[in-house]
Design a protein around this ligand. Sequence first.
Ligand SMILES: NC(=O)c1ccc[n+]([C@@H]2O[C@H](COP(=O)([O-])OP(=O)(O)OC[C@H]3O[C@@H](n4cnc5c(N)ncnc54)[C@H](OP(=O)(O)O)[C@@H]3O)[C@@H](O)[C@H]2O)c1
Length: 315
Amino acid sequence: MNTPVRIGIVGAGRTRNGLGPFLASAAEAAGARVVGVAGRDPGRAAAAAQALGERLGHPVQGYASALHLAQAVDLLVVATPAAAHQEGLAAALAAGVACLCEKPLVPAEASHAARQLVDGFAARDLLLVENCQWPAVLPALFALFPHLASEPVRAVAMGMGPPERGLPLVADALSHLLSVVQALAPVVAGPLQDLEVADRSPDAEHNRVRCTVPTTAGPLSAELHVTYCPAQPRPAWLSVNGCRIDRRIGPGYTLQFAAGERLQAVADPMHQLVYGVVNLCRYPDLERTRALHREIRCRLDWYEAILAARGCRPS
Ligand SMILES: NC(=O)c1ccc[n+]([C@@H]2O[C@H](COP(=O)([O-])OP(=O)(O)OC[C@H]3O[C@@H](n4cnc5c(N)ncnc54)[C@H](OP(=O)(O)O)[C@@H]3O)[C@@H](O)[C@H]2O)c1
């Protein structure tokens, strides 16, 4: 494909923590062209189109709905709050275009409808990617702890500081842990075991999720530690078999990961993910597309099961 991949963004602004403007810049850095946006209504879409056009330095059109936008692009980016993802996914599927959707794919209560949507993408071999960028951090972990490359992965843990309380604190970060587990170990079909959400109370400001994932190398222990954190800098760390790296954010969102005194620079993982998605639009890869469908479907099942798991403390 010689012409740039045409991108449409549903939810292109940043009212709370949305990544729309950054996804737009990443898409253009990857050689794509953001041509249009849609929002919660035509007025908000027009405002977002104006703001994004100024940021990107070229006109961006506002569309009346996600469906109208999807019909005019090659890739629909769904960057709205999670409750509105289903509408964006349905628009991309109805228009028959590829879709990059923010995490979580949908809120847990919409899992059934989401499975049908994912099956729809799969039936048409249409690209569907969830914006889970943490696997792109793994090379830094292996650079800082080279011996990990020759060890089976037995334990994965992540710590994050989402700006939410209660179960949304868990829901916000869970896709990142699950996608990292999938990137590290070949998962065996079957349910998660030993599921535990430490605190299901609606005002919880700390929480811990534990589960055991069946993999071809044996059971893998996965843990998520979350702490309510209303503003940046938010803590973020990743550990494999007890070897931990912590994120450090520098000026201009330059990223480094630290293991004690040792540091490893990382190119923005979200840029890396968007680059890969734009490339898959340019040079379709059926095998990769089908693998992504399987991963997303598996994550949906895990996500729903974990958020429904019994807590140690009652809600
Ligand atoms: N991958 C990551 O690491 C990462 C990091 C941060 C956030 N996220 C994800 O990004 C998503 C958005 O974050 P957020 O919830 O904080 O978003 P937000 O900033 O509140 O909103 C993002 C954009 O969506 C628009 N919007 C809101 N409701 C809409 C609707 N019903 N229909 C169409 N557009 C709508 C907003 O427009 P208005 O101007 O009209 O409000 C805004 O332009 C979430 O899924 C979140 O999990 C991912």
